[in-house]
Ligand binder design. Structure first.
Ligand SMILES: Cc1cc2nc3c(=O)[nH]c(=O)nc-3n(C[C@H](O)[C@H](O)[C@H](O)COP(=O)(O)OP(=O)(O)OC[C@H]3O[C@@H](n4cnc5c(N)ncnc54)[C@H](O)[C@@H]3O)c2cc1C
Length: 463
């Protein structure tokens, strides 16, 4: 059975992989000349890689981890110590750590919080612990119901001191969805906290050992091809053509200067939600599953790469900057084997929230970033012999993952659409891991499953 998939991000690749596993023939069309979508990366003129985003893999990513196992590339994940490390803006150049001991969950998480005395007082820790109990005890159903509140409102309702928000959750909220706690749905934070506190290695982090298109996406493509599937780059979906009964007749795909009408038994959009919205056929616009997508909108984010003339840190981990302009960052010359440099640092930083910055010039963004870094590390950038920025790269994504504000959960569509031969994959579709790499991989798997469940019906129709 032939399945045509548009979009070779992690969702489209995962969908094709799991279809190929079951003997289906997936044919994947990607608009760009690079695999991976939001994990895409490119080489600059010196051969250095720059990426759409700094990407972290978590222990709480079961579907992503089994994908690595199935592809036999598990050794490409570089696991770090089980810790969360925060900059201390009030004591420049210093860090505060939450170290998770080798104990069962949630004891390891509780111990990590109890043992950190730099950021929260005892009273704040106790009030936070009590406030979190309903989420831990009442599970995911409760967490889903909290989608009507922002994280700031949820904290207030549970009498959790404002300082807990300022010290810990501004950084976490920006790391999870590139927005602040007043905007983000409490479902996002509670989902992450539940995974982190209920699974022993849930918050353990890994970096990929090199650029995602080469080290993760290409092995998926090789696997798909080895099973008879096809993957075509530079081949955008231009139009979804319909039959009289409003099912899909074909996908119009542009290749070079030509347009081909590709016919299959089933059709999948693995496009980001913003781009899919622009391709929804007129006749589908009144259908609730499609019209409600209007409420899902990509959030802007900027990924920055700074190459310095010397080593600035010796930390082999992700860092939460706690700067108002920046989110997480890492010294990739240490954390990532493929970008290793024993003498000079390459900092990769996520700049968020980026709403007021996305239209500014690269130079303005770099100046603001260097200003923030000077506040965090005055000893490196002030004085007689300051560190020199050798070069930089700014990657802007004006519409990245959907902005997870309150009320979004009920707008997220299922992988099986109301159209009989049309399916959706993508991190924005309904699955329990929100907008993440894990969410994208799971959505692809669920989409493949939905197609398989309907296979008999789909094939009969085309006989
Ligand atoms: C800066 C940044 C940092 C991030 N950090 C993390 C992290 O640390 N951990 C984590 O888990 N997640 C992180 N994410 C989120 C993660 O990258 C995404 O959730 C995930 O990669 C989305 O995958 P997707 O396949 O759903 O969508 P996409 O990756 O957007 O893939 C969609 C694909 O469709 C293609 N396409 C578009 N239009 C067409 C068309 N007309 N025809 C054919 N193809 C088309 C696109 O080119 C793209 O390849 C981060 C994202 C960003 C931007």
């Amino acid at each position: 059975m032939r399945v045509v998939i548009a979009g070779a991000g992690l969702a489209g690749l995962s969908c094709a992989k799991y279809l190929a596993d079951q003997g289906y023939k997936p044919i994947l069309y990607e608009a760009r000349d690079v695999l991976g979508g939001k994990v895409a990366a490119w080489k600059d003129e010196d051969g250095d890689w720059y990426e759409t985003g700094l990407h972290i893999f978590f222990g709480a990513y079961p579907n992503m981890l089994s994908l690595f196992r199935e592809l036999n590339i598990e050794d490409r994940l570089q696991w770090k110590s089980h810790s969360m490390i925060f900059n201390q803006p009030n004591e420049p150049g210093t860090y505060s750590r939450f170290d998770f001991p080798d104990l069962p969950a949630p004891i390891n998480g509780v111990a990590a919080i109890i043992n950190n005395n730099d950021m929260l007082t005892w009273k704040e820790k106790i009030l936070f612990g009590i406030g979190l109990l309903p989420a831990m005890l009442r599970g995911q159903n409760y967490v889903e119901k909290c989608d009507d509140k922002s994280w700031s409102d949820w904290l207030k309702m549970h009498n959790i001191p404002e300082r807990v928000n300022d010290e810990v959750f501004i950084a976490m909220s920006k790391a999870l969805n590139f927005i602040n706690p007043e905007e983000i749905s409490s479902t996002v934070l509670l989902t992450a906290l539940n995974r982190f506190l209920q699974e022993k290695s849930g918050s353990k982090m890994a970096f990929l050992d090199g650029p995602p298109p080469e080290r993760l996406c290409q092995p998926i493509v090789d696997y798909i091809k080895s099973k008879g599937g096809e993957v075509h780059l530079s081949s955008p979906l231009k139009k979804i053509n319909l039959n009289e009964d409003s099912t899909v007749k074909n996908f119009a795909i542009k290749k070079d200067e030509n347009q081909a009408e590709i016919v299959a038994d089933a059709y999948v959009s693995a496009l980001p939600v913003d781009l899919f919205k622009g391709l929804i056929p007129k006749r589908w616009k009144g259908i609730n599953a499609f019209s409600k997508l209007e409420g899902l909108n990509g959030v802007p984010v900027i990924n920055i790469h700074l190459w310095f003339d010397r080593k600035l840190t010796d930390i082999d981990h992700l860092l939460f900057s706690r700067s108002p302009l920046l989110s997480v960052y890492a010294d990739m010359s240490i954390t990532c084997k493929g970008y290793e440099d024993p003498d000079r640092s390459m900092l990769e930083l996520v700049f968020a929230p980026a709403k007021n910055w996305i239209k500014k010039t690269d130079q303005e963004i770099i100046d603001a970033t260097m200003n923030e870094l000077t506040k965090l590390f005055p000893s490196h950038f002030l004085g007689d012999h300051p560190a020199k920025l050798r070069k930089y790269k700014v990657v802007k994504t004006p519409r990245s993952v959907y902005k997870a504000v309150p009320g979004c959960q009920e707008l997220r569509p299922n992988q099986e659409s109301p159209i009989n031969n049309f399916f959706l994959a993508g991190d924005y579709t309904m699955q329990k891991y929100l907008a993440s790499m894990e969410g994208a991989v799971l959505s692809g798997k669920l989409c493949a499953q939905a197609i398989m469940n309907k296979a008999e019906k789909l094939q009969n129709k085309n006989d």
